[in-house]
Write a protein that binds this ligand. Structure first.
Ligand SMILES: [Zn+2]
Length: 70
């Protein structure tokens, strides 16, 4: 699943500061669970979600692997 422009939930600001996060990958379950009406563009100044971070790394590895193997 592709990396996407950063987005976060409108409800994020109700959480304690260290728990606020933004998402940047379509494959993230937490990010996908945010209803469209509550999605906000941008990172909101929050930390990046760890699942998104891992997915983005996997995507990058996969991209470099397929680029060389074919
Ligand atoms: Zn995420």
């Amino acid at each position: 699943m592709p990396q996407v422009a950063p987005f976060h939930s409108a409800g994020e600001e109700d959480k304690p500061g260290q728990r606020r996060m933004f998402h940047s990958n379509d494959a993230c379950a937490t990010g996908s669970a945010i209803p469209a009406a509550e999605r906000r563009e941008g990172n909101g100044g929050y930390r990046q979600c760890v699942d998104c971070s891992r997915q983005n790394e996997i995507d990058a590895l996969r991209a470099s692997a397929t680029g060389g193997a074919r």
